[in-house]
Design a binder for this molecule. Sequence first.
Ligand code: TMP
Length: 236
Amino acid sequence: MEKLSELYRGKAKTVYSTENPDLLILEFRNDTSALDGQRIEQLERKGLVNNKFNYFIMNKLHEAGIPTQVEALLSDTAILVKKLDMIPVECVIRNRAAGSLVRRLGVEEGFIFNQPTFELFLKNDELHDPMVNDSLCYAFNWATEAQLSQMKTLSFKINTILSDLFDKAGLILVDFKLEFGLFKGEITLGDEFSPDNCRLWEKETLKKMDKDRFRQNLGGVIEAYEEVAKRIGVTL
Ligand code: TMP
């Protein structure tokens, strides 16, 4: 399948049309952004690592019965995906306190919740992805009650599958962000799952192995991504 024309250039991926109107090509670039795109740097190999990482995770989720948009690995940095009508809210699951939740609620980083949390954020860089809720989703027609309920159920199921996968690799899945869309009316997991949009800590040392290394200028960003990939069995 060949790229036809560029449809959209996001912060880390470019989306291309193909000759099949139901299929798109996602190209993972080396661009790494923080502060809602105000800081962008090129990290060598990131496109390759995230593409292969995402393909591996999406396959695991597919095998566990989660509908995903992924169709095929096309190259080191590209995959073929179903074209989704994206729902403009991001679903965030947390198992421990970190990031914006620590700033918002003043709890200590690493605090372990009684049960995983589910939050919704509007996809809007200019507004810095404000937190929203189910009632706003219905009022603005971002998602119906049935769609949101399914997104929530799938998000918790994905948390169970991936927390177990990372646990077996000596890692804690602290939190992550998912995006869903509709394919022929069915809620389907889109976007990507990589160390760019989750937090992973080493179980023994609590060392950060995700994009927080970039956000917090800790260094060794791609080295950490590659280490996680190696531990869970991704072939790079
Ligand atoms: P937060 O602590 O900044 O709210 O982020 C929670 C998790 O979701 C973290 O793993 C990063 C991820 N995330 C994104 O990848 N993109 C986003 O736009 C947001 C809001 C969160």
